[in-house]
Design a protein around this ligand. Structure first.
Ligand SMILES: Nc1ncnc2c1ncn2[C@@H]1O[C@H](COP(=O)(O)OP(=O)(O)OP(=O)(O)O)[C@@H](O)[C@H]1O
Ligand SMILES: [Mg+2]
Length: 276
């Protein structure tokens, strides 16, 4: 994996104008021989909310894992033009990952689960207390700090997982189908929570989903991927002057956005079939 440093003379304003992350012609071939990605190019600007959509097995999780440094590229580059990077080529501490499963430690309470990433950085519970309580409040769980995962609903567990991801104040939040296992009402509530957090913190979000409706509700840009090997099929900006709320869900603009995304996804699936 290769990376580039920002020039030392870059002003904060210049750094802000640079992309947060740029994948160029990235390929990933697993040792099994599976070509998961080939020629994947994607530039992400700071502050974007991007959904990655595409047929099952097209390499969405692989792309996210590569960005998070959980896997290497086979060829191509991934650059972090506006971050300081460490020896592993990653902007240390600037990325958090939320998986489909909340992956909480069942023997630890909510407070301790959220403390974990800070503990790994050597921050004691006492020093982290204010930070942890603040992030629990942002996900509506300030009264559940002492509760254990078994005492929480699926939606609450996912909120803990999001709090744990946010407690280090990352620049980039990678979310891999975080709400796929939840009922529709809980999912819509969490969609609104994530949108609020995105607006409040200015964090950049890359959100993997299978749901056209969810992607069209959340994102300001939708990247549709083509299957086998995965690469970008369509890059759709989604601009609306409307607030993303219950009213938006029933608006003509939202319906049109869903239709556009849906057509693109069908196009991606058909294009992959024609390649074979
Ligand atoms: N560790 C691995 N070893 C070998 N092959 C893998 C590995 N991880 C993923 N693959 C393969 O790479 C391809 C892309 O997988 P990936 O999990 O990235 O797809 P995805 O788009 O996230 O799929 P889904 O929508 O089902 O989650 C698949 O063919 C998968 O079988
Ligand atoms: Mg996946």
């Amino acid at each position: 994996m290769t990376s580039s440093q920002p020039t030392p003379s870059a002003t904060p304003a210049e750094a802000r104008r640079r992309p947060l992350v740029a994948m160029k012609q990235v390929s990933k071939v697993f040792s099994s021989g599976t070509v998961a990605l080939s020629g994947m190019t994607l530039t992400v600007e700071s502050g974007e909310f991007i959904s990655l959509l595409g047929p099952s097995g097209c390499g969405k999780s692989t792309a996210l894992r590569i960005m998070a440094g959980l896997g290497d590229v086979s060829s191509g580059t991934i650059d972090w033009p506006s971050s300081r990077i460490n020896s592993r080529g990653l902007p240390e501490g600037d990325i958090s990952f939320v998986f489909q499963e909340p992956t909480l430690m069942p023997w630890k309470n909510v407070f301790d689960n959220v403390h974990l990433p800070l503990k790994l950085r050597g921050v004691s519970k006492a020093a982290a207390r204010a930070e942890i309580m603040a992030v629990l409040a942002t996900v509506g769980l300030q009264d559940f700090a002492e509760a254990y995962p078994r005492e929480l609903s699926g939606g609450m567990k996912m909120r803990v997982s999001i709090a744990r991801a946010l407690v280090t104040k990352p620049k980039l939040l990678l979310m891999d189908e975080p709400f796929a296992a939840l009922d529709e009402i809980t999912r819509q509530k969490l969609n609104d929570d994530v949108l609020r957090l995105w607006k409040e913190t200015g964090i950049t979000v890359i959100f993997v989903t299978h749901s056209v409706f969810e992607s069209a509700y959340l994102s300001n840009r939708i990247v549709v991927m083509k299957a086998r090997p995965g690469r970008v099929h369509a890059d759709l900006p989604l601009v609306t002057s409307l607030e993303r709320d219950a009213h938006y869900r029933t608006s003509e603009e939202y319906r049109q956005a869903c239709e556009t995304v849906s057509h693109s996804l069908i196009g991606a699936i058909n294009a992959a079939k024609e390649d074979h």
